[in-house]
Every structure is written in structure tokens, then in C-alpha cells.
Design a protein around this ligand. Sequence first.
Ligand code: ADP
Length: 543
Amino acid sequence: MNGMMMQSQLILTGIMKHALNNSPDGEIVSITLDNPDFRYSYQQAFERASQLAYALQKLGANKGDRIGTLAWNDHRHFELYYATSCSGLVCHTINPRLFPEQISYIIEHAADRWLFIDPLFMPLIESLATHLGSIQGIVVLTDKAHMPNTTLSNVYCYETLIAAEPSEFHWPELEEESAAALCYTSGTTGNPKGVLYSHRSLMLHTYGVLMPDVFAIRRDEAILPVVPMFHVNAWSIPYAAPAVGAKLVLPGPKMGCGETLSKLIKKESVTIAAGVPTVWLALLKYLRESEETLPSLNRVVVGGSACPWSIMEEFEQKHEVYTHHAWGMTEMSPLGTYNARIPGKLPKEEAQALRLKQGRPGFGVEMRIVDPEGNTLAQDGLAFGALQVRGPWVCERYYRSNESALTEDGWFDTGDVATIDADGYLTITDRTKDVIKSGGEWISSIELENFAMTQAGVAEAAVIGVAHEKWAERPLLIVVPSEGKMVKTEEILASFKGHFANWWIPDDCVIVQEIPHTATGKVSKKDLREAYSDYLWPHEATV
Ligand code: ADP
């Protein structure tokens, strides 16, 4: 027997309609090159999305066409999110920090029809001109006065394009399974792979992130996504904020700058902000130097890579800001787990250990860990294995691939290695390819890095496996000292004693001024492994 409830489709248009009916005055603030202090209401934003939808129709975009964006977090990118997806097109956000070859691969693979670009990316697109076969034209996200000169043809100005269009588009009744957005993984192994989100998966994910034990954004709040809108839909914040009517603060091209973030948080009374650890390091450094505080800020969400304790501690002790650790991935839209406020009072060390975990699964996400034979392992916080997930916002197959991305029994293998404790807390111990295999046993690079980053004078640390004649691989610690600080390699290595089994302790430590990062701001272990492929252990070097 079927239920007897309405069959309304879960489509993003629903968010737009809800905001128009319930929070038309909700505010969006945005920084762009042509206007460093732009602000308008949800009503105005969605009217302009309507104008853009008409313009896209006139450009000849047809249902299912991919519309590429190379853009920062700003109001025009927000308009694009809704104008494309809600008119039946696919919003394909492209990460401009990828290598140019990866960008042209992605554009060709997605067969994008139109590109909407920030004026800053004109030189990049000009350099890729010979690879833009599928592209019919380029729209520059600016006004007439700020249009860049270009050697390319079929280039349009965004503001001119939408200016004369009506502000009430007749949004189509879409099927909830239809594609809404496309985002490629950064391709740390092999070519980038496209994850094609449906309206339904994005809507359910939006409900998921709004839960009280996840972002818990309220209408009276202001949220700042420092995670880029080209990286997994800025963790869904451009959908979640209008869904509840919260103020959305879009930081524009300079969002890696501590000063910009600090000023924006203060000026707009931001209460919650979300981003990867590196942006928080930049913000905290600026706050330390300027002795400024952030009275409105209540919590930050940190994900994308493991959050060092130093970030959590400094935010809390100096700024009374609670740090929530979260884990997810492009293939999961991205929410996997979230570390909500710990209930009750725990002794300091216990609380610290718990908060460093990646958190508990959001409602809608199932997780398990398995051994190499596929047997499910105990959730005892000790056994570690391949982390697999399933749920309505998890990728089933990659774009343009006929093969399922799932295991035979229907789970998605995340490529992460983890433990899960009896309370459901996940601890990522490594990415499968970063695990250090010493004498047949596994050593977690992340645990060693987390510990190294608690040592005085250490700004950043990475641990990689380096070939070793006896043990196959041994851990090598690479450390970036804090500005103006001296660190002694022997002292850092000695600090591991008593905290880890002896065979886990790195065999050597090297001090560097900089560690390479990927396009999504994570330590690039691949580059580090390449850089240290000829590395000789001290005993080998002296032979
Ligand atoms: P990309 O693969 O493009 O860098 P993703 O955001 O898809 O970007 O990366 C997902 C991966 O990032 C996860 O599989 C995991 O290895 C890592 N990751 C994400 N959040 C965390 C976290 N809080 N702690 C440790 N690793 C994390």
C-alpha cells in the first residue's frame, strides 16, 4: 500500500520560492572587483536569477546543458547557481586553482556550452583558447565599465546581458532526479572525476546540513562561506542560507586574506563561518598581529583536512569561538560527519581527543569500516579499515562513466582509512594512499601530524612514507616553523616519545619554509613524496 501524501518534487526551485515567500528581505553581501560593498535582498537576487534564466534561454542553452563557472564567492555566482539549476541546466563549478591542463580537461570532459568567468580569469581562459571546442561563448561576471580587453570572440558582459530581461521567469516543473550541479574532484590520483548532483540529492543534503547537530543555521544569523563556491557547492551554504533566510556573506576574490575576513566578519556581524584549516591559520595570524577580536563570531566549521588542535584552542581561548570539525568529500556533496558541541563537562584531555575526531555521521549518512577482504570491522575506536559510506547524497557513478562507483554490495569506498568508536565518532587516520606501511604494519600519518602541530614553534607539519631498505617504508616528518621561531629537529622527534609506540615515531625530521598544497588547500602528499623520493635516511647518507 502506498502512502497518500503529495508528490511534490524535491527541487532547488523550492528553496528559491520559500525564500521569496518567507525571507524576501534576507540579505546577501558580496565583494566583487567592480563593487567591494555590494548588498541586496533575496528578493532582488532571485529576480536577477530570473533575468539570467531568460538570458540563458536566449543564448540557446537547452535542458541538461552544462554551464561552466570560473568564479569566486559573490552574488553573481549565487545567481548562476539558481538560474542554471532551476531552469533545467547544470551548474558546473570549475576550480580555477587547478592546473590549466586539468581545467581544459574538465571543460572538454563536461562539454560545457557556456563559460561564466570572473574578469580575473580572462588571461587563464585566453591561454586555454584552443581547448574550448564545446564553448559557444564566454560571459564575464562584471559590468560594462569593468570589462577586460580580450583576444577572444563571443565574449559578453554579464550586466549588459541580463539588464533588459524580465524579472519573473516561469521556472519549469523539474523531476527531482534531474541533474542540477557538477563538480570535479581535484584528481590527486589520475584525471579529475565529475560528480553530478541531482536536485533531490542537493535538497536532502541541505536539510542534512541544517540539522541542529550540524550547521544549525538560524534565520537571525549571518554565515560566511570561506570555502569556495567552486568546491563542492561551498559545502551547500548557498542553498542552506536562503532555505532559512539567514544573511549570506560572500567574501569575493580575497578570501584567503586574514585581514579581509576579519573586517568582513566584524562589519557584517558574522556568526558562523566555514572553511579549510589554511584559511583559519591566515585569519588567526592576522588577529594575533592586529590584536583584533571577533565579537559576533560564535562558531567556525573546519573541514577538508584534519583540523590541528592549535586552531581550535586559539579560537576558543582568545576569541570564544567554538570550532566544529567536519569530514566529507566531493562525492558526498560533501557532508559525511560533523563534530557537534560535546555535551556535559569532560576532563580537558578527553574533550580535546574527542573534538579532534571528525565527528558523527549526519542523519542520512551510513558508514562502515572494512578490512581488505571486505569484512566489516568493529566500531571500537581501535580497529581501522577502509571507510565506506552510503546515502541519498553519495555519488553512485561518475559523470560519463558507465561503471558503478560502488562496491558489489552497494557502498561507496571513500579512499580514507578510519576508526569508528562505540559512540559513532569517526577518526580519519589517513587516505589509503598516504598510509605508511612499515614492516607490514600501518602507521597513520595524520595522527603523527596532529601531534607534531601541537609542539611549540611548529606552524605546519606533514608526515610521508619514504622508502626504507629494512622496513619498506618509514615515516619522515616535514615541518614548517612558525614565523620567527627556531625549532630543533631532535627536540621535535623526542617529543613523540611516550605518546606513540616507538616504531611509529618518524625516523627523521626536515625543516622547510613551505609545504606544497593542492588546489583545494590541502597538503599535497603526492608532491612531497616526489620531492623526497631520493631522500636518504641519516644512516644511509653517512654510508
Ligand atoms: P579533493 O579530493 O578534491 O581534495 P575533497 O573535498 O573531495 O577534495 O576531499 C575529500 C577528502 O579530504 C576526504 O576523503 C578526506 O581524505 C579529506 N578530508 C576531508 N575532511 C577531512 C577532515 N576533517 N579530516 C581529515 N581529512 C579530511
